[in-house]
Write a protein that binds this ligand. Structure first.
Ligand code: BGC
Length: 716
């Protein structure tokens, strides 16, 4: 650094987007290559491909100090091979599979010249109106923290320096998922206790897992934009947590502090951001335009610039770019990794594990539920709905399209056709579009249903309905899709509904009237194969919801770990001067942690190693789980606790542990958990993390609504 001019240092803090792809408002200013040559750019986002990254890196090598560029990209759920959206993966509760998904994404991206992904998004959110819930792990802090760790490990593999490891980035720091009204970029305002207890732990978990970078967020929090927030970035992240990676702003978020009404002009914004601990400026051009002058005028000390530059250069060293700036831009490696069949197998496995069976009622006529499908030689299936033949909608938001998508991405139609060999007995009707009110396709859809024995309807959101800037005030099935389902049910044929979406949707009529419902999110390249595996029983679904599904938008925010209030409701019909809405049941449509299987599980005999422990001691919990149905199945055994009375009110339940177990039909397994003082602790009024003596209730089961429970005392 001592060899660098101030201009060169400031250049390292400047990140620009290419014009190839854009993930924010374009700010073209031409002549970008000249800037690279002059050492005025430290990093690029949205430049991909071994050839393109190499040619831009060659220009960087013409700069005076020959400092390589960092190439960043939003590799959110796969790159060449698209995996399920992160919210869907979270439904698997399978940390090893999630880590592998990130590992594969990293290896494909690294093969394409990318050094750095802007993932994982670890924002907790309790509001499905917020379009970006698709990008996170849902509403729960404990599950979200474990998934944050798994994803960081996956992206960074054996560590920076390996050519298949890329820098991960925990985003968006912080509380972006708490945007008021679920409206993207909106204000957040919350108590310190809630910030520390609910929103910060997944970031801390990412830091502890060695995450290389953190991105700050667009929102203001308690009146201060996160980008200019010293408490968040210096006191907590770089201070208390000792984070030594780099902090990048979000797209234009330094300049946007002027809109917030926090900075008077670009110079003021640059000053506030760098002082607060934002090291790199993504696309505001505030640093490159203002910091030199700010240092010369002694408004910003050069030592502050040096600290930020050091964080950037360290990552470039760790990645090995000073030894070989082209080590990620290798066309032969890119080619080799492009069509690795093991990646597709992993994507299919992840997709199957992400699917959630919401309903599978007994059909009287059949004497059994509709799923798994029972098909004989003569069975005819109608596949109806606007998503049956969809390709790119399976990939969802934050994914890439490739020229061979039409053959590589497996549509529902293709997946079912492959499995159900007698394709002549597969009948297709689109029925309607995803949006709009055109019912002209209904007649053909009814005809298709009438000619078949089973009707499978595929409805949901298009791949761009959930994602950044995709907040919706109404999260019902868009258009007339619910009406299409009603038409099909009216034919009297047995109907299975598949719902593909990037968020929890509201679909009450379907939930009440259709016997079998499968939530398939956006599952990526292997979507059709994975759904067919579930429909035909080659895979027994085991996904569990990582977010509560509301009955209506009016229940939002809705989450399982709420506080009891002084007037809790007792049941769904209890409205008498208790905390409730008078016009709907008190429960959600589907609770957090919920998901069915083709088999059934029973929980019995919770045993504790002690009824009373001293604070500081651990307690062992055992429970017997039996597969009481006909099929082999995986169950996510979930453990929740409630601190019954404390110095601050505590949630009615909090997830503290889970295990995914496989059980043969008829098999019983003893599942064991260990609770330590950490699991009993919470953030006290002074933000100390500590446990308090008293009574704890403990619940174990297959969802957050389980009634299997016991209790124990913790003594001082
Ligand atoms: C998003 C970030 C993303 C960045 C770069 C922003 O609009 O909020 O999550 O990483 O763009 O594409």
């Amino acid at each position: 650094m001592s060899l660098m001019t101030l201009e060169e240092k400031v250049g390292q803090l400047n990140q620009l987007s290419s014009d190839f792809i854009s993930t924010g408002p374009i700010t073209c200013d031409g002549e970008k290559q000249d800037r690279v040559r002059q050492g005025k750019v430290g990093s690029y986002l949205n430049v991909t491909g071994a050839a393109r990254t190499r040619s831009l890196q060659e220009i960087a090598m013409q700069s005076r100090r020959k400092i390589p560029l960092l190439f960043a990209q939003d590799v959110i759920h796969g790159y060449r091979t698209i995996f399920p959206i992160p919210l869907a993966e979270a439904a698997s509760w399978d940390l090893a599979a999630i880590e592998r998904s990130a590992r594969i994404a990293a290896s494909e991206a690294a093969g394409s010249g990318i050094h750095w992904t802007f993932a994982p998004m670890v924002d907790i959110s309790r509001d499905p109106r917020w379009g970006r819930v698709m990008e996170g792990a849902g509403e729960d802090t404990y599950l979200g923290s474990l998934i944050a760790e798994a994803r960081v490990k996956g992206f960074q593999g054996k560590g920076l320096g390996q050519v298949d490891a890329i820098m991960a980035c925990a985003k968006h720091f912080a509380a972006y998922g708490a945007a008021e009204g679920g409206r993207d970029y909106n204000t957040t305002d919350m108590s310190m206790r809630r910030l520390h207890e609910v929103y910060l732990p997944p970031f801390k978990a990412a830091v502890e897992a060695g995450v290389s970078s953190v991105m700050n967020s667009f929102n203001d929090i308690n009146g201060i934009p996160a980008t200019g927030n010293t408490y968040l970035q210096r006191t907590i992240l770089k201070g208390k947590w000792n984070f030594n990676g780099l902090v990048v702003s979000d797209w234009g978020s330094i300049g946007e502090m002027i809109n917030h009404g926090y900075a008077t002009d670009t110079a003021d914004a640059a000053k506030r951001a760098i002082i607060a601990g934002s090291d790199m400026d993504m696309e505001s051009r505030a640093y490159v335009g203002q910091l030199i002058e700010l240092v010369k005028r002694k408004i910003v000390p050069e030592s502050v610039i040096d600290e930020a530059v050091c964080r950037v250069l360290n990552k470039k060293f760790e990645l090995g770019l000073f030894d070989d700036p082209y080590r990620f831009s290798d066309e032969s490696r890119e080619k080799a990794i492009w069509n690795d069949p093991t990646h597709l197998e992993a994507a299919r496995d992840m997709a199957k594990k992400s699917i959630v069976l919401l309903k599978n009622d007994l059909v009287k006529k059949l004497g059994k539920p509709l799923l798994p499908l029972d098909v004989f030689g003569s069975t005819k299936i109608a596949l109806v709905g606007p998503l049956v033949k969809a390709i790119s909608d399976n990939n969802g938001f934050w994914s890439y399209s490739w020229p061979d998508d039409s053959v590589r991405v497996v549509s529902l139609w293709k997946g079912v056709e492959r499995k159900f060999k007698a394709s002549k007995d597969l009948i297709y009707a689109k029925g309607c579009e995803l949006e709009g009110a055109d019912t002209s396709g209904f007649a053909a859809a009814r005809q298709a249903a009438l000619k078949s024995d089973i009707v499978i309807v595929s409805v949901g959101e298009s791949g761009s309905m959930s994602g950044e800037a995709k907040s919706r005030s109404e999260i019902h099935l868009p258009g007339i899709q619910e009406q299409l389902v009603k038409e099909l049910v009216a034919t009297g044929k047995p109907v299975v509904v598949l719902i593909s979406a990037g968020r929890p949707l509201v679909f009450n009529w379907i939930a009440d009237n259709v016997p079998s419902i499968v939530y398939t999110w956006w599952l990526g390249t292997e979507a059709g194969n994975a759904i067919a595996d579930v429909l035909f029983g080659d895979h027994n679904p085991s996904g569990k919801l990582p977010m509560t599904f509301p009955r209506t938008e009016g229940q939002i925010p809705i989450y399982y770990n709420y506080f009891n209030t002084g007037r809790p409701f007792k049941n769904d019909k209890d409205f008498n001067y208790v905390t409730a809405y008078t016009d709907l049941p008190n429960s959600p449509r589907y609770p957090f942690g919920y998901g069915l299987s083709y088999t059934t599980f029973e929980y019995r005999n919770i045993r504790l190693s002690a009824d009373t422990i001293n604070l500081g001691e651990s307690i062992k919990v055992k429970v017997n789980v039996t597969n009481s149905g006909k099929y082999v199945g995986d169950e996510v055994v979930q453990l929740y606790i409630q601190d019954v009375a404390a110095s601050l009110v505590r949630p009615v339940r909090e997830l503290k542990a889970f295990k995914k177990v496989r059980l043969m039909s008829g098999e019983t397994k003893e599942v064991e958990f260990l609770l330590t003082e950490k699991e009993l602790s919470f953030f006290q009024e002074d933000l100390r993390f500590a446990a308090e003596p008293g009574l704890f209730n403990l619940f174990i089961g297959g969802s957050s609504h389980t009634s299997v429970h016991t209790s124990f005392y913790a003594k001082e």
